[in-house]
Write a protein that binds this ligand. Sequence first.
Ligand code: NAD
Length: 480
Amino acid sequence: MITIKNYINGEMIAPKSGKYLDNYDPSRGKVYAQIPDSDKSDIDAAVAGAEAAFPIWSKMPKQERSDFMIKIANRIQDRLAEFAAAESLDNGKPVSLASHVDIPRAVSNLKFFATAILHYASESHAMEGMGVNYTLRKPIGVVGCISPWNLPLYLFTWKIAPALAAGNCVVAKPSEITPMTAFMLSEVCAEVGLPKGVFNIVHGLGQKVGDAISRDPKIKAISFTGGTATGATIAKIAAPMFKKLSLELGGKNPNIIFADCDFDKALSTTIRSSFANQGQICLCGSRIFIERPIYEKFKKAFIEKVSKSKVSYPSDPEAKLGALVSKSHLEKVLSYVDLAKEEGGDVLTGGEQVFLEGEYSKGYYMRPTIIEGLAYDCRTNQEEIFGPVVTLTPFDSEEEVLMMANSTQYGLSSTIWTENLRRAHRMAEEIEAGIVWINSWLVRDLRTPFGGVKNSGVGREGGFEALHFFTEPKNVYIQH
Ligand code: NAD
């Protein structure tokens, strides 16, 4: 049994309470590690360490900060297979996905911001005949980063990397459901000699550790990714202290397929955009709208391929879907299949739990599920399910599909399939989403703004947007 430790002020330590929580392997449905059940007292210690480290880290030349981050990235790269196996064990995702997506992307996040900070220029505004303004960008101080379980190290580093690169000291909390790779990252940080207190990882429950981060007045900014309801709770606590907030929240993304699309490409990509990571990616397209002339053809081909997608244990190289992250999440997703049936939906394939053999017989597996026959405004089509469940809905015009696509409280991402360039631009203009993919999905350039509109979030991550968030501008004017 592995015992995870907190990483506070440069040391790997037990929680002050001495209490631990069970950490599950979802592929086998069994406890395999213990995670600190930390509380406010651990956050207090982390904040004290971070405050003490801030003058050193923030004044360290950028190049030296960058060098530390590159060393951390390289160590993860050297141990890629080990990190990928750990991510898969902790989350249930296929090892192939963790080794091709999650861990390489965590390395890229660290390298990207380690070098971005070297190219980060501030603005200058000259006033003719008078003087000149220049704008300094200063690190904020101690900042909090809170991340979810679906892409554990990938999303954890997506926050930590710009925060550290910009010169802040960080108090971070990974999801209590998937703490393992963050723990391994803390070992790497200790190994490369990152100055103590610069980066602190406190494990435990959202209601204790996350809440303490939200409430601590010394933490001046919080970058959060997770559910919309949690984002609202954090905002309610943090707003009266005027903390800077970046909130990346839930989604219910539309995938719009016009009759003039490249059919085979739309089909194969839609399989990925529906079921990659068991549908547990905030960018998955869970509402598939298909133009009526190709509705039946698309539906038939989609069902045929999806029903053959292999649901298997994560280390099976042929697994297309692994285990869902937890028993309670599996139950939640299955309850949405029941709801869809009550709302008049037809389950075309899937809809049920999968029981594997032997050591994996207690794992949390589910067949990829396709449902049709639902109204666009029913609960199944409006609420985030965050699992391997998609709905199919036919449409007859651009106006109609835009109305249905834009009908939810969310606006994270969207996908549009058409070979008509003018239509693609029109749709991109009108769709309510922070991210639009045309004839593609999940293509990510780390320089681009990432985030959602409406209840999918506040602010943007990525590129200089993230460095703006983790710095405060200070304008200086000099009279000629
Ligand atoms: P969650 O909101 O339950 O938890 C996210 C993190 O917040 C965890 O670390 C959790 O411990 C912590 N937390 C929980 N309660 C808290 C509280 N009261 N105060 C402070 N922190 C608290 O979300 P989840 O179930 O881990 O992740 C799934 C959700 O994340 C989905 O809604 C998904 O759409 C969203 N998500 C969004 C993006 C994006 O970029 N927009 C990316 C990935 C996931």
